[in-house]
Design a protein around this ligand. Structure first.
Ligand code: NAD
Length: 415
C-alpha cells in the first residue's frame, strides 16, 4: 500500500462498493471525483511587516444530500489529494448517519506553530475572505480539524458575519460555547465511537465491564475514549500510546494519572510503573478491544494477521489499509470502520448548525441522547448490510452511504 495515497485508497474503497451495488458506470465515475474544488492564495501581513502568501484549498466532494460539511486543516504537508480523500469520506459519513449534508474538506499549507496569534487570526480571516462566496450555512459549513481550534472557528465565523452583514453563527461549527458552539462537541467523536462499541460488544457477547482495551493515540479522540470507557462501561485500559511511544500495565492505566502525565511531559510514555512499548507492539497486544485514534495506514497487510483484538474501533480516519481489511475480516476481527466509528464529531456539528438556526441551545443530556440514537441506528444499519451481502463492516458502511447519495442524485435528476 506504500505507493497508494489517501485518495487512491478512498477511490479503491468506492470501486469495491460500486461492484457490490452494481453501480452504473457513469454514476460510479461521477462519485470517484469531487464535484468542485477551490484553490486560492491568501496574502497575510506578517508581524515583521512583510506579506506572506499561503496556499488554501476547499474541496466540495458531493452535495446531493445537502450542503457540504467538513473541517479545515492547517498543516505544512497539506496536499489536495489528502483533502479530496477526506472530503469523500465526509460525504459517506454524513450519508451513513442520515444527516442532510454532503461532504467537504479544506486546508491551508502552513505550520501554525510558527505563526503568532495575530498572524493566525489574519490567516483565518484571509481564508474566509478568499472563499466566503462559496461557503455558508446553505452551501458548505467548515469546522475545526488538524491544527485548527474553536478560537480559529470564532474568527472565521466573525469574518463571514462581517462580510454578509449579520451574525451568521451557523456558517461554521466547532465554535466556543459563548459564540454558538454546542454542548458535547468536544468529546463527540470519542463518545459516538463508544456508543458503536457498546452495540458491537452486545453483538459479540463481550462484557465491556471485564474487557481489556488498548488505545493508540492520545489526542482529542484517544484521551476522551480513555475517560469514556471508564465512565460508560468500567472497562480496563491496559495500554496507551502517542507519537513518543507507548505504555502497558496489565492491571490497568488510570485515566487521571495518564491525563496528568500527558499534561506535564506531553507523553503517555512517561506514565510511572508501566512497561514501555512501541506503537507497533500496542497494536498486536492480546486485548479485547483496540481503539485506533492516531494516524492513517497503521494496520497494514504486514501486521493485520497479528492483531488479537476482537473489536477494532477506528476513531482515526483511514487507520486500516484495504489489504489489512480483508485479513481482519477473514480472522473474524470486528472492525467498526472510521466513517461510522468517528462520525460522532460531524453529528454534533450538525446539531450545532440546527441549534444556531433555531437560536436555541440544547443541554448536554439532550445532545448525548440524540447522538446515541443516531450512532446506534447507523451501527445496526451497517451490521444488517454486512450480514445481507456477506461483506465486511467497511464495505457494508459504504454500501449504505453510497446508495443514499446515489438515490438523492437520481431523485434530483442529476444522473
Ligand atoms: P490530535 O492531534 O488531538 O491527537 C493525535 C494523537 O495521535 C496525539 O496524541 C499524537 O501524539 C498521536 N500520534 C501522532 N503520531 C503517532 C504515532 N506515530 N503513533 C501513535 N500516536 C501518534 O488528533 P485527534 O483529533 O485526536 O484525531 C486523531 C484521529 O482521529 C485523526 O485521524 C483524526 O482525523 C481522527 N478524527 C478526529 C476527530 C475529532 O473530532 N477530533 C473527528 C473525526 C476523526
Amino acid at each position: 500500500m506504500a505507493e497508494l495515497n489517501c485518495f487512491d485508497i478512498a477511490q479503491k474503497q468506492l470501486d469495491d462498493c460500486a461492484k457490490i451495488l452494481n453501480l452504473d458506470a457513469g454514476v460510479h465515475e461521477f462519485l470517484r471525483h469531487p464535484m468542485r474544488e477551490f484553490h486560492f492564495s491568501i496574502p497575510v501581513r506578517m508581524d515583521n511587516g512583510s506579506i506572506k502568501i499561503f496556499k488554501g484549498f476547499r474541496v466540495q466532494y458531493n452535495d446531493a444530500l445537502g450542503p457540504c460539511k467538513g473541517g479545515i486543516r492547517f498543516h505544512p504537508a497539506e496536499t489536495i489529494d489528502t483533502l479530496r480523500a477526506l472530503a469523500a469520506w465526509m460525504t459517506w459519513k454524513t450519508s451513513l448517519l442520515g444527516l442532510p449534508l454532503g461532504g467537504g474538506k479544506g486546508g491551508v499549507v502552513c505550520d501554525p506553530k510558527e505563526l503568532s496569534v495575530g498572524e493566525l487570526e489574519r490567516l483565518c480571516r484571509g481564508y474566509v475572505d478568499a472563499i466566503w462566496q462559496n461557503i455558508g450555512p446553505a452551501k458548505d459549513i467548515p469546522a475545526p480539524d488538524v491544527y485548527t481550534t474553536p478560537q480559529m472557528m470564532a474568527w472565521m465565523m466573525d469574518e463571514y458575519s462581517k462580510l454578509t452583514g449579520y451574525n451568521n453563527f451557523g456558517c461554521i461549527t466547532g465554535k466556543p460555547l459563548c459564540v454558538g458552539g454546542s454542548c458535547g462537541r468536544n468529546d463527540a467523536t470519542a463518545r459516538g465511537g463508544m456508543y458503536t462499541l457498546r452495540e458491537a460488544a452486545k453483538e459479540l457477547n463481550i462484557d465491556l465491564k471485564k474487557a481489556t482495551i488498548a488505545i493508540q493515540g492520545y489526542g482529542n479522540a484517544g484521551s476522551n475514549a480513555h475517560r469514556l470507557v471508564r465512565e460508560l462501561f468500567g472497562s480496563k485500559v491496559v495500554a496507551l500510546s502517542d507519537s513518543k511511544g507507548g505504555a502497558f500495565n496489565d492491571s490497568g492505566i488510570d485515566f487521571d494519572t495518564a491525563a496528568k502525565v500527558k499534561a506535564k511531559t506531553a507523553s503517555v510514555a512517561d506514565i510511572p510503573d508501566v512497561k514501555k512499548i512501541s506503537n507497533e507492539e500496542l497494536l498486536e497486544l492480546d486485548v479485547d478491544i483496540l481503539i485506533a485514534a492516531a494516524l492513517e495506514n497503521v494496520i497494514t497487510k504486514e501486521n493485520a494477521g497479528d492483531i488479537k483484538a476482537k473489536i477494532v474501533v477506528e476513531l482515526a480516519n483511514g487507520p486500516t489499509t484495504p489489504e489489512a481489511d480483508a485479513i481482519l475480516y477473514e480472522n473474524n476481527v470486528h472492525v467498526i470502520p472510521d466513517i461510522l466509528a468517528n462520525a460522532g464529531g460531524v453529528t454534533v456539528s450538525y446539531f450545532e448548525m440546527v441549534q444556531n438556526s433555531m437560536l436555541y441551545c440544547w443541554p448536554f443530556d439532550e445532545v448525548y441522547r440524540k447522538l446515541d440514537e443516531r450512532m446506534t441506528a447507523a451501527y445496526h444499519g451497517v451490521l444488517a448490510a454486512s450480514e445481507h451481502y456477506g461483506i465486511n463492516m467497511r464495505q457494508a458502511a459504504y454500501t449504505v452511504a453510497v446508495a443514499r447519495v446515489v438515490e438523492a442524485m437520481k431523485t434530483r435528476g442529476w444522473v
